[in-house]
Design a protein around this ligand. Structure first.
Ligand SMILES: NC(=O)c1ccc[n+]([C@@H]2O[C@H](COP(=O)([O-])OP(=O)(O)OC[C@H]3O[C@@H](n4cnc5c(N)ncnc54)[C@H](OP(=O)(O)O)[C@@H]3O)[C@@H](O)[C@H]2O)c1
Length: 274
């Protein structure tokens, strides 16, 4: 990164920052001079990441309101400010047709993917941002704009997050800017079951010819969080290698949906092929 984008000395909270996209975001924010507070459930990974980035961290699930309050308290105590919030932690479960979904698992998905981002923004607004301002970036998904096999709970919750982003952008202006980034398929653990079985085939169906790397998404998040985007709020920045425009690029089957039909996340039975 060649510019600090005005992030030098600012304080940022990144949820789900121990691996994948969140880790790349926290690393790029730290490289731009920001003080970072990282979270995830695995305490050892949180300690390791905080030490790696010269920041602080606290372990817990974003589904727990007490954890979110603890995150904001820690960042304020250690840094004296919270300028940036990145709501990145998410779950892609429950997986499968909606008629089979356990309502408790559905509620958990919404607790993690929708309620937690709102609660964290509320905490940060009351503690700092409402008076001093700031920027929020929510990590949604390219898939929130259309339906897909077996990912109804994930897609519905991310569509709600996209709506929440715009609602908050209106409500919190002009003090706080609220935007989202919507990644296509990215090389992370969460999406391994989609990209690993035959990556070349999936990549060939994407206009830009490859799946995404966490850094591709992180650059967009950091830009939206920075002063470079000071007149941007309520926006969704698609970072998808052209996934959304693939119909005009290639006529073949959409490799991602083929994988979603035939594979499942770790610990979930693969769907039966019909
Ligand atoms: N990868 C893709 O293709 C893709 C595409 C579109 C959108 N996205 C979005 O990008 C974001 C990051 O996903 P990723 O692919 O980077 O996932 P990932 O590699 O699996 O990383 C997820 C991170 O979030 C943490 N986490 C998970 N559940 C949590 C919870 N309940 N509370 C707190 N932390 C939690 C994980 O650590 P612990 O397990 O220790 O908690 C980890 O640090 C998500 O919002 C996802 O929906 C990803």
């Amino acid at each position: 990164m060649t510019s600090s984008y005005g992030l030098q000395g600012r304080a940022a909270v990144v949820t789900g920052a121990t691996r994948g996209i969140g880790h790349a975001v926290a690393r790029q924010l730290a490289a731009a001079g920001a003080l970072v507070c990282v979270t995830a459930r695995d305490a050892g990974e949180v300690r390791r990441t905080a030490a790696e980035l010269g920041g602080v961290g606290v372990a817990g699930s974003v589904a727990e309101p007490d954890h979110l309050r603890a995150v904001v308290d820690l960042a304020l105590r250690e840094f004296g400010r919270i300028d940036v919030l990145v709501n990145n932690a998410a779950t892609n479960l429950p997986y499968g047709p909606l008629m089979d979904v356990d309502p408790r698992a559905w509620r958990e998905a919404f607790a993690v993917n929708v309620e937690a981002p709102l609660r964290l923004v509320q905490c940060a607004w009351r503690a700092w941002m409402g008076e001093h301002g700031g920027a929020v970036v929510n990590v949604c998904t390219e898939g929130a704009a259309h339906v897909g096999p077996n990912i109804g709970a994930y897609g519905t919750s991310k569509a709600a997050l996209a709506h929440l982003t715009q609602q908050l952008a209106g409500e919190l202006a002009p003090k706080v800017r609220v935007n989202s980034v919507s990644p296509g398929l990215v090389r992370t653990e969460m999406a391994r079951f989609v990209w690993e079985p035959g990556e070349a085939e999936v990549a060939a169906g994407l206009p830009l010819g490859r799946i995404g790397e966490p850094e591709d998404v992180a650059r967009a998040v950091v830009w939206l969080a920075s002063d470079a985007a000071q007149w941007v709020t309520g926006a969704d920045l698609l970072v998808d290698g052209g996934t959304r425009v693939r119909a005009a690029y290639a006529a073949g089957p959409y490799g991602v949906h083929e994988r979603l039909r035939s594979h499942a996340p770790d610990g979930v039975d693969a769907p039966e092929l019909g």
